[in-house]
Design a protein. Structure first.
Length: 136
């Protein structure tokens, strides 16, 4: 745990993302949770997609240090989804389908995010071909 803390404090993005999330979720004091949220947001700003998703959750639900702001949550979910993080695309699809996060119901946008959350068609094609037996 000390190593994660050192690495996170040194600015290593992966460590900020993971250690920040651990502090945010499991920190004993409000100060630890606030420091964790701050680290997650730093990692999100640096492009870590899992941290971007967690930043979306922080702004969706709010916490002591950060008030809930649906528009910020949507922004972070979209950044993570556009970078290929399927849980973020799924959250946006649900939000558009159900009119959540301050978004109007929009099936076209919901379908867009659903499609973005699916494995690429090329990856699916390769996976389906890998199961084909070759006859010589």
């Amino acid at each position: 745990m000390r190593l994660f803390k050192r690495c996170a404090n040194a600015g290593l993005v992966d460590a900020q993302s993971l250690y920040g999330l651990m502090l945010f979720r499991c920190g004993v004091t409000a100060q630890e949770k606030a420091k964790g949220a701050h680290m997650v947001l730093q990692a999100a700003e640096a492009g870590d997609v899992q941290a971007q998703f967690q930043a979306g959750r922080i702004f969706e639900f709010g916490c002591n240090q950060y008030v809930a702001r649906e528009s910020r949550a949507v922004t972070w979910y979209a950044r993570a989804a556009e970078a290929g993080y399927a849980p973020a695309a799924d959250r946006l699809a649900r939000a558009y389908r159900n009119g959540q996060l301050g978004l109007q119901v929009n099936d076209v946008r919901a379908d867009y995010w659903d499609d973005l959350g699916q494995p690429s068609s090329e990856a699916s094609r390769v996976e389906s071909l890998s199961g084909v037996e070759h006859v010589h």
